[in-house]
Design a protein around this ligand. Structure first.
Ligand code: FAD
Length: 473
C-alpha cells in the first residue's frame, strides 16, 4: 500500500492569480492515474491538480480484498476482483478434464493490449495474475511521479455546479472531517464495476438456495459439489464458470448473447436463453432463445454475473441524466458533459473496449480541449454528434440499453474518430488487431486461451506460444 502521509496538502482548489485552472480528479484507478499523469505534464496551464481517492492505494478494482460487504469506514467494498486459481495441481486433481488446458484466473486481455501506450508491458507473459496488473499501475504512478497529487482515504461526498465552478465536498475518512473545495475542471474516474446490477426478478425471493453477485465472488472454496447457475456471458460469467467447473458438480451457464463458447468442460451446460421469472424452492427455469423451449434445473446457488450500474448519488445538478436502463444522457463521445464541458467522465464505455488505452486517448483529447489546442465543439455540434452515433447504432441493431457498450468493431470506429478529432497519435495497429481477433480466439478455446503468449508490434501481432512451456502446440 502506498503511504498517504506523502500527500502534499498544499492544494486548496482555488484558481490562482495567474489564471491557471484548477483540476480535481475523483478516483485513482486506471482512469484517474492516467488523467493525473497527463494533466501534471501541463502545470503551466493547470494548478492546483488534486486527486481524491477513497481507498489507500492506486489501482482501483485491481486491489483484491477478501472482504465483501462494507469496509472499515462502513463504505461498500469497491473492488470486484476475485482471487486466482493459483495451483495447477489443485486444478488437475479436481478436474482432470483440464489437464491439457489449465485455466488460471488472470486478465482476460493480454497485457500487451491492456497497457497504456506510453508505459509498455515489459514482460513476455501475456495473460497475467491480477496482482501484476496492480503492480503495473503502481509502477506507472511512481514512474510519472503523480503520488504527491493524490489524497488517499478521501471520498467524494457531493459534486455540484456552483458559480461557474465545481463545488466538491469531500470527507477525510480517517478523521471524518468534511471539506468543500471549488475547481474549474473535474474528471470523474470512479469506475463502473462496483455497484451490482441484478435483473428484475420478482419471484426470486421464492428461491431457497444461495444468491450472490459476481461482485461478491472471491473464490471457489464454498462451491464444492454444488449445482450452480451462472447468469451472464460477459467476462465475469465466463471466468467464473471455468473456475467453478473445477469444484462444482454441475453448472448451467446462461449466456443469452450470440457468442456461444466451444469445447467447455463437460460439467458445464451452456444455455442460450433467458431466466424465466418463476422461481420455486431450488428450481430455476430457462427459456431457450432459438427454440422457445422451457428447461428447468434443480440448483443450489445462483451467481449473477449480470454487470454493474452507475452510482450518481454524489451528483447534484451536474447536467447529466442517468436513465433507468443505466445509460447516461448528455455525454459527448461518451465522455464530455455537453452542458458543462469542463467535466470529463471516464469509464462510461464498456464491453469490448481496451480500458487503459481508451482512457489514455480520451484524456489526451480532453486535455487538448482544455488547453485550447483543439476547439471545443458547440453544444449543438455535440448534440448532433450524439444523434449521428445513435443512428449508426440503430442501423447496426444495437439496443438503447447497449448505448455505451462498444463491441470491438464499434470501439475501433470510436477510437479512430477520437484520434482524428483530437489529432492524437493512433493506438498501435498490432494492439487493435489482436484485440479484434481475441473474441474468436476465446470463443474457440475458452479454457486454453489464457496460456497463450503474444508478441505485439506496431503493425501486427504474433502468437508466440500456446502453453506455459513456450511451445507452439
Ligand atoms: C473482475 C474484473 C476483471 C477485469 N478484468 C479486466 C482485464 O482483464 N482487462 C482489462 O483491461 N480490464 C479488466 N477489467 C476492467 C477494469 O475495471 C478496468 O480495466 C479498469 O481497471 C477500470 O479502471 P477505473 O479507474 O475506471 O475504475 P476502478 O478501477 O474501479 O477505479 C475507480 C477508483 O475510484 C475510487 N472511487 C470510487 N468512488 C469514489 C468516491 N466517491 N470518492 C473517491 N474515490 C472514489 C475507487 O476507490 C477506485 O479506486 C476487469 C474488471 C473486473 C471487475
Amino acid at each position: 500500500m502506498l503511504n498517504n502521509k506523502r500527500l502534499i496538502i498544499m492544494f486548496k482548489g482555488k484558481s490562482n492569480s495567474t489564471s491557471k485552472r484548477s483540476v480535481c480528479i475523483i478516483g485513482a484507478g486506471a482512469a484517474g492515474i492516467c488523467a493525473l499523469r497527463h494533466f501534471t505534464d501541463h502545470v503551466d496551464h493547470f494548478n492546483p491538480i488534486v486527486c481524491y481517492e477513497q481507498i489507500d492505494n492506486v489501482g482501483g478494482t485491481w486491489n483484491y480484498t477478501e472482504q465483501t460487504g462494507i469496509d472499515k469506514y462502513g463504505l461498500p467494498i469497491h473492488s470486484s476482483m476475485y482471487r486466482d486459481l493459483q495451483s495447477v495441481f489443485d486444478t488437475l486433481l479436481i478436474n482432470p478434464l483440464l489437464i491439457n488446458s489449465f485455466y488460471f484466473y488472470s486478465t482476460n486481455l493480454p497485457m500487451q493490449v491492456m497497457a497504456y501506450p506510453d508505459f509498455s508491458w515489459e514482460h513476455t507473459q501475456s495473460f497475467v495474475h491480477h496482482s501484476l496488473v496492480l503492480k503495473y499501475l503502481e509502477d506507472y504512478a511512481k514512474h510519472f511521479n503523480i503520488l504527491p497529487y493524490i489524497s488517499f482515504s478521501t471520498r467524494l461526498e457531493k459534486l455540484q455546479r456552483y458559480n461557474n465552478q465545481w463545488k466538491v465536498v469531500i470527507k477525510r475518512l480517517e478523521d471524518s472531517q468534511f471539506e468543500t473545495h471549488y475547481y474549474d475542471i473535474v474528471i470523474i474516474g470512479t469506475g463502473r464495476h462496483s455497484f451490482p446490477h441484478y435483473p428484475p426478478l420478482e419471484s426470486i425471493s421464492k428461491f431457497n438456495g444461495n444468491i450472490i453477485h459476481s461482485h461478491d465472488y472471491r473464490h471457489r472454496e464454498s462451491f464444492h459439489g454444488k449445482r450452480i447457475a451462472v447468469i451472464g456471458g460477459g467476462p465475469s460469467g465466463f471466468d467464473l464458470v471455468i473456475e467453478l467447473s473445477t469444484v462444482a458438480s454441475f453448472i448451467i451457464f446462461v449466456n443469452r448473447g450470440p457468442n456461444q463458447f466451444e469445447n467447455l468442460p463437460i460439467n458445464i451446460e451452456q444455455l442460450q436463453g433467458e431466466i424465466v421469472d418463476e422461481f420455486d424452492e431450488n428450481l430455476i427455469r430457462i427459456q431457450m432463445k432459438q427454440s422457445g423451449e422451457l428447461k428447468q434445473f434443480l440448483i443450489d446457488c445462483i451467481i449473477f454475473a449480470t454487470g454493474y450500474q452507475f452510482d450518481f448519488n454524489c451528483y447534484e445538478d451536474i447536467g447529466l441524466h442517468l436513465n433507468t436502463d443505466d445509460t447516461i444522457d448528455g455525454l459527448y463521445r461518451h465522455m464530455i458533459n455537453i452542458q458543462q464541458p469542463t467535466m470529463l467522465m471516464l469509464g462510461v464505455c464498456q464491453r469490448g473496449v481496451l480500458p487503459f488505452p481508451l482512457y489514455h486517448q480520451q484524456i489526451l483529447c480532453f486535455l487538448k480541449l482544455m488547453i485550447g489546442e483543439i476547439p471545443m465543439p458547440s453544444i449543438e455540434e455535440m448534440e448532433q454528434d450524439v444523434k449521428e452515433y445513435d443512428q449508426l447504432r440503430k442501423s447496426l441493431d444495437i439496443r438503447d440499453v447497449d448505448r455505451h457498450s462498444l463491441k470491438p468493431g464499434i470501439f475501433h470506429h470510436y477510437i479512430d474518430s477520437l484520434e482524428c478529432f483530437g489529432q492524437l497519435k493512433p493506438l498501435s495497429k498490432g494492439v487493435l488487431k489482436l484485440h479484434l481477433d481475441l473474441n474468436q480466439i476465446r470463443i474457440k478455446n475458452l479454457i486454453g486461451y489464457k496460456k497463450m503468449t503474444f508478441k505485439v508490434t506496431d503493425d501486427d501481432y504474433q502468437l508466440v506460444s500456446e502453453n506455459e512451456d513456450g511451445d507452439l502446440m
